[in-house]
Design a protein around this ligand. Structure first.
Ligand code: ZN
Length: 68
């Protein structure tokens, strides 16, 4: 069983941990290393986006107060 992303063989393959089910006909096998990288990438992305999201919500609240 090889990882879809890095093409390396997946050690201690477990369908619960290593199989990402997209839908009934699409399943991909991902190794733990790639999962960790993916999680790290997501966390970093959210960390970058989150302050912007809060700022946006805050501005929306202020705008609503001005309108009403
Ligand atoms: Zn991988």
């Amino acid at each position: 069983m090889n990882c879809k992303l890095c093409k390396k063989s997946i050690e201690n393959y477990h369908s619960e941990f290593n199989q990402l089910k997209i839908d009934e006909s699409h399943k991909v096998n991902i190794c733990l290393d790639c999962i960790n990288k993916f999680m790290k990438w997501q966390q970093e992305t959210y960390a970058k986006l989150f302050p912007t999201k809060i700022a946006k919500k805050y501005m929306e609240k202020i705008n609503k107060k001005i309108i009403s």
